[in-house]
Design a protein. Structure first.
Length: 266
């Protein structure tokens, strides 16, 4: 979406006096950020994973505003909901905001990998659950490398603090235009941009298996996580959950540990 179209879309829009941020200002700044990243990299386009959820919706909309050549990959990988509500929601969002889409079915690739690993180790539930996000990221980077695109990340601040993402899976990207936003702010931003209603009715989920939701997995709501991140306040029970997740996932937020010389060891 060009600059003129952006200004026309938001001209005369009245800001929400109760919003946490000035989203007109935020939109312009993030479009500039995305364009700067693309120019610096010499990339011709963007690719992101379009799961039909809130985060990829916001990333897709912002990227399309910044770069006409934005592509969302819909990548079902084993879960029944991936082929049904997730796919339908992803396509609806993309249609509304004129974002290109492609479908890549990764279910058989996942099955083959699980079969190959079967004779080597006994996969834990966590290891099995992380296969899909890592296959999706492999697919995103294969398309990006083949078409001179950058991979846009879709993780938010709340997920990052809790470590609720897959290392070298959905946590991997070339740039992320929403990493500083809490889930609460993501929803506010989407309302400002006119996202479809189903985005707000849909329980946040990684879509790893049918019936799975983020909040059930963590045992705490995003509202309470965001209250802590934005105000520093939380009940004793909530604070214990948040800090347990944060501390156990610290390795996800740091670069790999490498050897460094420590003086003369002779």
């Amino acid at each position: 979406m060009g600059k003129g179209k952006f200004d026309q879309l938001f001209s005369g829009e009245s800001p929400n006096p109760f919003a946490m941020r000035d989203y007109h200002f935020e939109t312009k700044n993030r479009i500039e950020f995305i364009r700067h990243v693309l120019t610096s990299a010499g990339a011709k386009g963007i690719v992101f994973g379009n799961s039909g959820g809130k985060d990829c919706a916001l990333v897709g909309i912002l990227c399309k505003m910044a770069c006409e050549n934005t592509l969302g990959l819909i990548m079902p990988c084993g879960s029944k909901r991936n082929y049904e509500s997730d796919k339908t929601d992803a396509e609806s969002m993309a249609t509304q905001f004129h974002i290109g889409t492609r479908l890549i079915d990764l279910s058989e690739a996942k099955n083959e990998l699980v079969r190959a690993l079967g004779g080597t180790t006994e996969l834990t539930d966590a290891a099995l659950g992380n296969i899909a996000p890592r296959l999706r990221m492999a697919a995103l980077y294969a398309v990006a490398a083949s078409e001179n695109r950058l991979v846009a990340g879709t993780g938010n601040r709340s997920e990052k603090y809790m470590g609720y993402f897959t290392k070298w899976g959905d946590g991997a990207c070339d740039f992320n235009p929403i990493a500083d936003l809490t889930v609460t702010e993501v929803y506010e931003f989407l309302r400002f941009l006119g996202a479809p209603d189903f985005i707000f009715r849909k329980a946040p989920s990684a879509g790893l298996f049918d019936g799975q939701t983020d909040e059930n997995d963590m045992g705490i709501s995003y509202r309470r996580i965001d209250d802590f991140l934005l105000t520093g306040t939380a009940s004793e029970q909530d604070h214990a959950i948040i800090e347990r997740f944060h501390q156990s996932s610290e390795h996800k937020r740091t670069m790999p540990v490498v050897f460094e010389e420590i003086g003369d060891r002779r």
